[in-house]
Design a protein around this ligand. Structure first.
Ligand SMILES: [Zn+2]
Length: 362
């Protein structure tokens, strides 16, 4: 096995197995080789499950950059990107799995590039006061570039290309990029260095957040009843979904404060759209008509059937496929923490609606 691939598998399994850093198919990592190639996570696969035979592709960096420049000049479609990225593969594999959609920015940066969506960093990235606070938190150790959300994949790569051109970031030394409403990019020389840097940044972020405590829910005993009502409303929408409350002791918030309606306003990250069916729906009364109305409103707004509900004073309820239930309980629990923390940093900073289009998500 090529040493760079061994390095990629090691770092992907190490960082990818930590749910506080990334979950489901999110995040991506790459390592460049001496022959102008780059090993990168395959699109949709899970970092923590990468093996010697699956979960990665090798691409030709010069071809990726040519493709990026071509795409930037013309109107892009997901089909054009997929076809173009498949043509950049140089691993000889007869695989239908595509290199990560975020391959473009990896190609522009240093030898080892890590991109994650960490729970303890997202409140800073999704709040009005977060950028300023993050500068103070990391000041002694890291300088970073802040990248406003304009879209994913090709768009983010274009923004990073611009920074490189203006020499505001450098691919020969270590670099930290903060993607507003999205996540972290660390660029450095080795996987070992990247693991250390990610660990250090996240420890600093976490240290400056309030401690997590179980939220005290005054009407928690009614949660199973409300869960049954939600199941009844959703039975007409999807037969394969099961509905379950999150146990109270697993529902932790900053200092144990009780969530409020304003915690659930807007979409704060693209993954709330792509993985989490538009995010958590606020229910202020456990009444079947109220629940039904909230589901209809959510479907109109996002085009998706909600997978999580927060019922005022009662707690969190998840509606998901049986196989996804455990991970969804964890991820929606994280989003409750992220939103609660962001509220305390001068309020949530939702994604502007103009960037929530299918074109921005490519
Ligand atoms: Zn991402």
């Amino acid at each position: 096995m090529e040493p760079s691939l061994r390095e990629l598998i090691h770092i992907s399994r190490t960082l990818g197995s930590n749910q506080h850093l990334v979950w489901k198919g999110g995040g991506n990592i790459s390592i460049k080789t001496d022959d102008g190639g780059m090993f990168i996570k395959a699109s949709g696969s899970e970092l923590g499950r990468m093996t010697a035979v699956k979960g990665w592709r090798k691409v030709d960096i010069a071809e990726v950059i040519k493709l990026l420049n071509r795409l930037a000049r013309s109107k892009t479609t997901p089909a054009k990107i997929s076809e173009g990225l498949m043509n950049c593969c140089c691993d000889g594999l007869r695989s239908s799995s595509m290199p990560s959609i975020e391959t473009f920015f990896h190609a522009l940066l240093g030898r080892c590039v890590v991109h994650l969506h960490p729970v303890y960093l997202l409140p800073y990235l999704c709040s009005r006061g977060g950028q300023h606070l993050l500068r103070a938190v990391l000041a002694e150790h890291y300088d970073f570039q802040w990248i406003a959300f304009r879209g994913l994949g090709v768009v983010t790569a274009g923004q990073i290309q611009h920074l490189l051109l203006k020499r505001r970031t450098d691919k020969t030394s270590t670099a930290v990029l903060m993607l507003s409403n999205h996540g972290l990019i660390v660029s450095c020389n080795t996987a070992r260095q990247a693991i250390q840097m990610v660990g250090h940044i996240i420890r600093l972020c976490r240290k400056n957040l309030p401690g997590l405590k179980p939220a005290c829910l005054p009407q928690r005993k009614q949660l199973p009843k409300t869960s049954a009502k939600i199941a009844e409303c959703l039975s007409k929408e999807s037969a394969s979904m099961i509905v379950k409350p999150v146990p109270e002791n697993r529902m932790r918030t900053s200092n144990g404060v009780l969530p409020e309606r304003r915690w659930f306003e807007g979409t704060i990250t693209p993954e709330e759209i792509t993985y989490l069916a538009g995010g958590i729906v606020w229910i202020d009364k456990p009444d079947i008509k109220v629940i039904h109305k909230a589901i209809t409103r959510h479907r109109k707004k996002t085009g998706q059937i909600p997978m999580a509900f927060y019922v005022d004073k009662q707690g969190l309820i998840i509606a998901a496929d049986k196989t996804q239930m455990s991970v969804m309980k964890t991820v929606f629990g994280f989003y409750l923490q992220i939103r609660g923390n962001a509220i305390m940093m001068e309020g949530l900073k939702p994604l502007p609606a103009r960037y929530l289009t299918p074109e921005s998500m490519i």
